[in-house]
Design a protein around this ligand. Structure first.
Ligand code: PEP
Ligand code: MG
Length: 328
């Protein structure tokens, strides 16, 4: 059994009809990168950098310094040995509070979080961008910006990245000039204004956890409404399809890094829709790979089209089960 898994680790995730799907891992701390590599990930699709900032106590209570962040990012990058590491900039607020920054606000998920917080605290943002850029000299780094809804947020983020590069250049500090910059698509407004995004960015990554929360207006952490958290709601499927289609048209990669990417019940649906990059917890990677190895993507086309034209939840469920049980 162990030998079989070892072999699977080195097998690329190629469908029966020869289409390669890039399987990536989500990590929270640099030391998780080893598990990503061990699971056979082609890279890190989501490094949730906020975990370096959260839950700090005692002498560590201050925010991590540029040097501390640089060492953490570099460690992950070096562990991955040239495979891409997508570092998401600070995504604090709401379900991920910074200890010194808790407010009694009514709707924290709609409040000052993620990129909104970073643009209001440019010094914190700049420090992180410098640390990420410095780590890019040691492998392949992509920068991923969370919770973007507005064009000016993309522009301001890009201009902060330029400023960080300019500073490093004038200080003679090495970084990768070609570092790619992308945005999370996790606010419905973003999925509904994709031309604004594909024009300015190198890649997109869909955060289905927040996209579902905001589209269906249900708090992802509130158990009272957990039964309404439906990842195959037709609205969600439409937004996913629109996003992958816009990426194809603009010829920029669109990944999924939210929970849907690691749900084997949805793998065939997602690759049938056109997704070619999925990022998930490392432990789920082998089973998702096995599913891809046993799938003929061209044979899924008709069923997926049908699912996207159906607005009846019961029918969607039945079609999903049929797609999953389909033998090729
Ligand atoms: C998401 O929203 O789907 C996501 C990947 O980010 P997080 O779960 O960290 O908000
Ligand atoms: Mg999110």
């Amino acid at each position: 059994e162990k030998k079989k898994l070892g072999k699977l680790k080195k097998t690329p995730a190629i469908s029966l009809d020869g289409i390669e799907i890039t399987l990536l891992a989500n990590i929270e701390l640099p030391e998780d990168a080893q598990a990503a590599l061990d699971a056979g990930a082609s890279g890190v699709g989501l490094f949730r950098s906020e975990f370096l900032f959260m839950g700090r106590t005692g002498a560590e209570q201050h925010l991590p310094t540029e040097e501390e962040q640089f060492l953490a990012y570099k460690r992950a990058v070096q562990t991955m040995k040239g495979k891409p590491v997508t570092i998401r900039t600070l995504d604090v607020g709401a379900d991920k509070p910074l200890d010194h920054h808790e407010h009694n606000i009514l709707n924290p998920a709609l409040g000052l979080r993620a990129i909104r917080y970073c643009l209001k605290e440019p010094q914190i943002f700049l420090t992180q961008l410098r640390a990420i850029l410095r780590a890019s000299a040691f492998g392949t780094v992509h920068i991923l910006i969370p919770m973007i809804a507005h064009a000016f947020e993309i522009d301001q983020s890009l201009s902060m990245i330029s400023q960080a590069k300019e500073e490093l250049r004038s200080e003679g500090i090495a970084f990768d000039e070609q570092v790619q910059v992308g945005a999370m698509i996790e606010i419905p407004a973003a999925a509904l204004s994709l031309p604004m995004f594909v024009k300015k960015l190198d890649f997109l990554s869909i955060g289905t956890n927040d996209l579902i929360q905001y589209t269906l207006a249900i708090d992802r952490a509130d158990h009272e409404v957990a039964h309404l958290y439906n990842d195959t709601h037709p609205a969600i499927l439409q937004l996913l399809h629109m996003t992958v289609t816009a990426g194809e048209k603009a010829e920029i990669p669109v990944a999924i890094c939210g929970g849907m990417a690691g749900d084997i019940k949805l793998t065939r649906l997602l690759i049938g829709m056109g997704f070619r990059e999925l990022s998930m917890p490392a432990a789920l990677l082998p089973e998702i790979k096995q599913e891809i190895l046993s799938t003929d993507i061209s044979e899924l086309e008709a069923s997926v089209k049908k699912i996207l034209r159906t607005y009846d939840p019961q029918t969607i469920q039945e079609l999903l089960v049929a797609v999953r049980e389909q033998n090729f």
